[in-house]
Design a protein around this ligand. Structure first.
Ligand code: PLP
Length: 389
């Protein structure tokens, strides 16, 4: 079979293979008999157009430093406008090694050691590492559970701004709870940010994986004065190992605040990653639609399996991402993730997502896999939690 034949496998055929021969972190962290449902990678094939582009660059030995790449801003401009109605300013898109590096480089120039950065727990664990890397500390305005939905606490956010916090890192949509923040909530944040002089760093890496309407922060009126978006196609199109992301802003006010970020950030991102992003935004919107449909099916499957085999577990409303947030507190185990791991399923422990241990009886479950693997993981969780084995 030629390389091209492999590429022409349909989405259906290619998506549920045995991926254990992959060499990424997901497949190497635990022994082979552990089901890896922890790190945020999908068990799906990468879009054919992206693989073709990479193949082309590699076969032509076109693997030098990343130079100017106006194609990326053009592709993202089209994507952001068609998908979300957001008009970007192309000249203010700056490449970074990845989203983590974009966050750290911004934090480095807008905070000094000891400064507080607002976050909303439970949130992606690297937020804490990025903040600590620059010597700052997190200030938490935790999400509130309203009915079955994790929502921003606008009063707590305003209180934080009033108390002098001047940088806010929002996860939009939010990993791990799968919440899409509403335009009204984002408008309120932007208004408060302008009132109190706060810089809002909006991490939108999961945005294409939204099952309901997503609003980019910079599409909100007035947010241009206070916001910078950090993102990449790497999460939604499943190419995290390629190492490229970017930040984007759209006002002189924000340009001044983040002035001092090294020009070298561009050089520190990968040519393969940057061209993969260009192809993703330019030609692979259809792949996201297919993937979101699959993820919604998987989520329904996970809910049904959990209801059947883990009746005391609690899932929540979920509108984006493939990372389910599961409350296992009814099982009264101090560390359910550790017990589940002993039964052969790797999940991310809840306590990684908050400054304290209030979520140690929660787990994050990656459902971007086959239905078979999801069922098997839930069956093993049942043995760990329900049968006392
Ligand atoms: C919200 C969020 N931001 C950033 C990242 C990591 O992005 P990168 O690999 O580009 O640093 C992840 C990875 O899961 C994530 O969930």
């Amino acid at each position: 079979m030629s390389f091209r034949d492999g590429l022409e496998m349909t989405f259906e055929e290619s998506s549920f293979g045995n991926f254990a021969n992959r060499s990424s972190s997901k497949w190497r962290r635990y022994p082979a008999d552990v089901l890896p449902m922890h790190v945020a990678e999908m068990d799906f094939e990468v879009a054919v157009e992206i693989r073709e582009k990479l193949h082309d660059l590699i076969t032509r030995s076109d693997l030098g430093y990343l130079g100017p790449i106006p194609e990326l801003a053009t592709a993202f401009e089209k994507y952001a406008h068609e998908r979300w109605g957001w008009r970007i300013q192309k000249q203010n898109l700056k490449l970074a090694t990845d989203v983590g590096v974009a966050a750290v480089e911004i934090l480095r120039v807008v905070t000094k050691p000891g400064d507080r950065v607002l976050i909303n727990s439970p949130v992606y664990s690297s937020f804490y590492h990025w903040i600590h890397e620059v010597g700052a500390v997190e200030h938490d305005a935790p999400l509130r559970l309203e009915g079955n939905s994790w929502r921003l606490d606008l009063a707590a956010i305003e209180q934080a701004f009033k108390s002098g916090v001047r940088v806010y890192m929002i996860c939009s949509p939010q990993n791990p709870v799968g919440t899409i923040h509403s335009p009204q909530e984002l408008q309120a944040i932007s208004d408060l940010a302008n009132q109190y002089g706060v810089l809002v760093i909006s991490d939108e890496i999961h945005a294409p994986l939204s099952f309901d309407t997503f609003t980019p922060y910079l599409a909100i009126e007035g947010a241009d004065k206070n916001g910078v978006v950090i993102t990449s196609s790497s999460k939604a199109w499943n190419t995290a190992g390629l190492k490229a992301g970017f930040l984007i802003y759209q006002s002189d006010e924000v340009a001044k605040r983040i002035h001092g970020i090294p020009e070298a950030m561009h050089w520190r991102s990968s040519l393969l990653g940057a061209f993969a992003m260009t192809v993703a935004y330019d030609a692979c919107d259809y792949w996201i639609d297919q993937t979101n449909a699959r993820l919604e099916e998987n989520l329904a499957h996970l809910r049904a399996e959990v209801e059947k085999h883990l009746p005391k577990a609690k899932l929540f409303d979920h509108s984006a991402t493939y990372l389910a947030w599961i409350d296992l507190s009814a099982y009264q185990l101090a560390k359910p993730q550790a017990e589940i791991l002993r039964h052969g399923v790797a999940l991310v422990p809840g306590e990684d997502h908050a400054p304290g241990d209030e979520y140690s009886s929660f787990v994050r479950f990656n459902f971007a896999s086959s239905k078979e693997r999801i069922s098997e993981a839930v069956r093993r969780m049942h043995s760990a939690l329900e049968s006392g084995n």
